[in-house]
Design a protein. Structure first.
Ligand SMILES: [Zn+2]
Length: 406
């Protein structure tokens, strides 16, 4: 996050406690102060103080809760107040940008998708700033109080300082101080995260890995990468690092990869290389139902689901290779769940068993025995990933404290 100053020790405790209480109210509300004290393991006096500040700031409100079976006076419960608090969620991908307003419950207020030229005379951060200004003018009728900006994008990103070192597709980007530029322009904190890491957080907060403490999420798309949640926290959350499984060698005699090595997983399992392989092998398989129709991810997956031998064989091959690398990760992290985020999940009946079998054959049986391989709930599109960054900043207290201080 890009913010003004680091809090001192006492402030840090206050921030952590306030964040924990806000999280409980958000996830369990309506919830009473007594239950909050028990669940947060904080003294009733501390709960009273934190809740009073949140009430005054209009971040929570009181509501009546009638205990089931009770005829007495209803108890007072607390729920979060979210509608008057907005944030801007941005997503940058190849040649396009999404801009969205969401409220603190993550609900979408408005979303625009606009072209973003890969190369232009003006620097990318200048163009993004102009698009944000335009967006706020277009939607000023809908805008409530702006609390933050969240940005998700591919690239090598210093998330702590909001600096984008490099980006795929946008080749002019070098050490872009996007966080600083937008914070100075708008006056609100800016959260930037790599899109695969942010997607992993999204699934953990709102999606398929909700409630799981240890998760491996593998993304197979134009690139192949992963996000790891270990003991409830995203691995590498505050650094430029990623879980680069796409650049682990699976074939020493394989194709040269743009990273400089040979036979990386990405040269075999990325969507583009899978389609390339399918095209090559179609020439040797006259009976395939893929003949006579355009070869796309959709047609390949549909053919595999319908039992076409060539299509099944290609998807199974992806599963075996991806599973081999996940097996090593299973031995490192012993996850409860493996999530696959990929357009190839359209052939999940073929892909997921191939991955699961490969993991079972190549990792510690005690770890892999209960492994579940399933699809992510969200896709790698839209601005929900930014919602995860803001939710995380409310729960860890960093954004919450700023809103409490007005
Ligand atoms: Zn590579």
């Amino acid at each position: 996050m890009v913010a003004d100053s680091q809090p001192g020790h006492i402030d840090q405790i206050k921030q952590t406690n306030a964040g924990a209480v806000y999280r409980l109210i958000d996830q369990l509300g309506p919830v009473s102060r007594i239950d909050l004290s028990r669940l947060a393991q904080l003294a009733p006096a501390s709960i009273t103080k934190i809740v009073r500040e949140m009430l005054e700031a209009h971040l929570v409100q009181e509501t009546e809760i009638q205990e089931p079976g009770s005829r007495g006076r209803p108890a007072v419960g607390l729920v979060v107040e979210t509608e008057a608090w907005h944030y801007l969620s941005l997503r940058i991908s190849r040649g396009e940008i999404y801009l969205a307003l969401r409220d603190l419950s993550s609900k979408l207020v408005v979303e625009d998708k606009l072209p973003l030229e890969l190369v232009a005379a003006e620097p990318l951060e200048v163009r993004i700033t102009a698009l944000i200004d335009r967006f706020f003018i277009d939607h000023q009728q809908k805008l409530e109080r702006l609390t933050a900006i969240a940005i998700t994008m591919p690239g090598i990103i210093d998330t702590e300082n909001g600096i984008v070192h490099r980006m795929p597709f946008y080749e002019d980007v070098k050490e872009m101080p996007l966080g600083e530029v937008l914070k100075n322009h708008t006056g609100v904190p800016v959260y930037i995260q790599h899109d695969i890491s942010a997607w992993t957080m999204t699934e953990a907060l709102f999606g398929a890995s909700r409630g799981a403490r240890d998760v491996i999420q593998v993304v197979i798309d134009h690139n192949v990468g992963a996000g790891v949640i270990t003991d409830g926290r995203l691995l590498h959350a505050g650094s430029s690092s990623l879980v680069e499984i796409g650049h682990t060698q699976v074939d020493p005699y394989g194709k040269r990869c743009y990273c400089g090595n040979h036979g990386c997983l990405e040269t075999i399992a990325s969507v583009d290389s899978v389609l390339e392989l399918a095209q090559l092998r179609l020439g040797q398989s006259m009976s395939s139902t893929l003949h006579g129709q355009p070869l796309t991810v959709e047609s390949l997956c549909a053919a595999a689901q319908q039992g076409d031998l060539l299509a099944k064989d290609i998807i199974t091959g992806v599963g075996i290779n991806v599973g081999r690398i996940i097996a090593i990760m299973v031995n490192l992290f012993n996850p409860q769940k493996i999530l696959i985020g990929s357009p190839l999940s359209q052939a999940s009946d073929v892909l997921f068993p191939a991955i699961a079998d490969s993991i079972r054959q190549q990792s510690l049986p005690a770890y892999s025995k209960h492994i579940v391989v399933e699809s992510t709930q969200f896709t790698n599109q839209g601005t929900m990933a930014g919602a995860a960054l803001v939710k995380d900043a409310m729960y860890n207290g960093s954004l919450l404290i700023r809103l409490l201080q007005g």
